[in-house]
Ligand binder design. Sequence first.
Ligand code: ZN
Length: 234
Amino acid sequence: MSAVLHLDDLRVPVETGGASRKARLTIEADGSLRLRAAEDVATEELTQFLASKREWVYRKLAEKEVLQHEPVTKELVDGEGFQYLGRSHRLKIGDAHGTVHLERGRLVLPRPLVEVGEASLIAWYQRCGEAWLRPRVRSWAERLRVEPGAVEVADLGHKWGSATAGKRVRIHWATLQLSPALVDYVLAHELAHLREPHHGPDFWQLLGRVMPEYDERKQELAKRGAGLWFGGTS
Ligand SMILES: [Zn+2]
């Protein structure tokens, strides 16, 4: 048997034929899941086993801080849905020239830019994201007593955000699809790294001082992240 099960939005390929009758769920370095089980275990039993591991999976994914997702693709056509700061916006192909913008709740993509493809939408996430983040960076930086350089929105591959010793903080453009509470979590997390580079007790204590409910947000992030768009059109 070779099958793929799902835990919410997460794909879980099943490998059978192992010697052990006991099912085993592992999380690979890149955040992908794998379930190993004996040949004769019923799918229903595996589904139940998987469900019993839900909390563990999200906690582990949160610890790894990797983006775990099934590739979501978008079509650049009228009505396609895009998330920005936790809100859904329908795409509207506009007739005028100009840049991508929001207009009465719709995300307008000027027709000449359809050919450019997703790059113009990603550029919009970057542009709006940077403007939205600016005052929040100031406020979190003050609370954390750090002095970051400019905060940049970019494509960070499989990371939500990054902070380097040179005080440069970067946030993945895809993060901007999340609710403000979760973007704030990513931002505060990265800013806290300017004082505590590693995820030791001092780091979490510092973050907990300015964001007491950080652990809930962290797990929520691991959960929500699975359904986001990271580029890719069909
Ligand atoms: Zn970190």
